[in-house]
Design a binder for this molecule. Structure first.
Ligand SMILES: C[S@@+](CC[C@H](N)C(=O)[O-])C[C@H]1O[C@@H](n2cnc3c(N)ncnc32)[C@H](O)[C@@H]1O
Length: 270
C-alpha cells in the first residue's frame, strides 16, 4: 500500500474559495461603504447593486448587515453565480435570502430598479479597454442610480503596476501569486493571472486570468464626470506611522504618495 497521498492539494482546492479567502475582505469593504454613505447622506442606503458580483460575497455581506438592506448581484458567468448561490447565499437566513437577487446578465443591461449604491470592485471595470466602452458602462451605472446615489469603485496603480512581475503573499494554507504576465505600453493593456501554490508543492496555475487596461486615476475621474457624475473623489489610504504601511483608513484626498503599489477607492456621486 502506498503511503503517498492520492491527490495533490491543488486538485482538492476550490478556486472560488481560494479567491474569496485571498483577495476579498467584504466586511471592511462594507464598513467603508457605510461610513462614507452615512457621512455624506442623511438617509440610510437600502438597495446595493454589486456589478461583476462573481460569488456575490459582498452582496451577501450587505444584506446580513441590516434588515433594511436589499442587494442585487449581476454577473455574466452562470457557473460563478451558481457557486455563490451554493456556498454564500445558502448560508444566509431565508429572510436575508429574500432581500437578495442574483442576475445572470450584463452590467450594461438596463435594470428597472434604481439602486442607492453600485459597486464595481477588484478592478473588474478595467476589462473595458477604450474610453468609449468605459464611458458607456459608467453612463449605465449613472442611469441605474437613485437621484442621490453613489458609485463605489476601486483602482490600483503605482510604479510596479505597469511591470511584468510576480508577487506572492502567504495565506493560511496556501500562497497567493499575482502575476502581471504581459504589459503593452502602447495601449496600456495587460494580461494578469492569479495562481495558487500549496504546501505539498502543487500549484493551481491561471486559476483566474484578466485581460484589461491599466487605467490611471485622472482618466477614471474624467470619464466618470463625462458620464454624468457630479463629482468623483479619490479615497486614499493613510499610513501607519510605526510600520510605514497602509493603515486601512481611506480619506478623500487630492494628493497621494508615489508608492510602488497602491489601491484606492473612488466614490462618484450622481
Ligand atoms: C474580477 S471578477 C469579480 C470580482 C468581484 N467583483 C470582487 O470584488 O472580487 C470579474 C467578474 O466579472 C464578470 N463579468 C465580466 N464582464 C461582465 C459583464 N459585462 N457583465 C457582468 N459581469 C461580467 C466575470 O464573469 C467575473 O465573474
Amino acid at each position: 500500500m502506498s503511503l503517498l497521498p492520492k491527490h495533490k492539494l491543488a486538485e482538492l482546492a476550490d478556486r472560488h474559495d481560494l479567491y474569496q479567502r485571498s483577495v476579498q475582505n467584504t466586511e471592511t469593504e462594507i464598513d467603508f461603504i457605510l461610513e462614507t454613505w452615512n457621512g455624506l447622506r442623511r438617509r440610510p442606503a437600502e438597495l446595493l447593486r454589486e456589478d461583476f458580483c462573481g460569488t456575490a460575497n459582498t452582496a451577501c455581506e450587505w444584506v446580513r448587515r441590516d434588515p433594511g438592506h436589499f442587494a442585487i448581484g449581476i454577473d455574466l458567468d452562470r457557473e460563478v453565480l451558481q457557486w455563490g448561490q451554493q456556498h454564500n447565499v445558502s448560508h444566509l437566513s431565508s429572510e436575508e435570502q429574500h432581500r437578495l437577487e442574483l442576475i445572470n446578465g450584463n452590467v450594461l443591461d438596463d435594470l428597472q430598479e434604481r439602486s442607492d449604491i453600485v459597486l464595481a470592485m477588484n478592478f473588474s471595470y478595467f476589462l473595458f479597454r477604450t474610453r468609449n466602452e468605459l464611458r458607456e458602462y459608467f453612463s449605465s451605472v449613472h442611469a441605474g442610480l437613485a437621484k442621490d446615489g453613489m458609485f463605489f469603485l476601486d483602482a490600483y496603480g503605482g510604479y510596479d503596476a505597469p511591470r511584468e512581475l510576480e508577487e506572492t503573499r502567504d495565506c493560511d494554507d496556501f500562497v497567493y501569486i499575482w502575476n502581471q504576465a504581459e504589459f503593452n505600453p502602447i495601449d496600456s493593456c495587460m494580461i494578469c493571472h492569479i495562481h495558487f501554490e500549496f504546501a505539498d508543492g502543487s500549484r493551481m496555475d491561471k486559476a483566474f486570468s484578466y485581460y484589461w487596461r491599466l487605467w490611471t486615476l485622472p482618466e477614471i475621474r474624467e470619464i466618470l464626470l463625462e458620464a454624468g457624475f457630479r463629482r468623483a473623489d479619490v479615497y486614499w489610504e493613510g499610513t501607519d506611522e510605526g510600520t510605514e504601511e497602509g493603515n486601512g483608513e481611506y480619506q478623500s484626498r487630492e494628493i497621494g504618495e508615489a508608492d510602488a503599489g497602491w489601491v484606492c477607492y473612488i466614490v462618484a456621486q450622481t
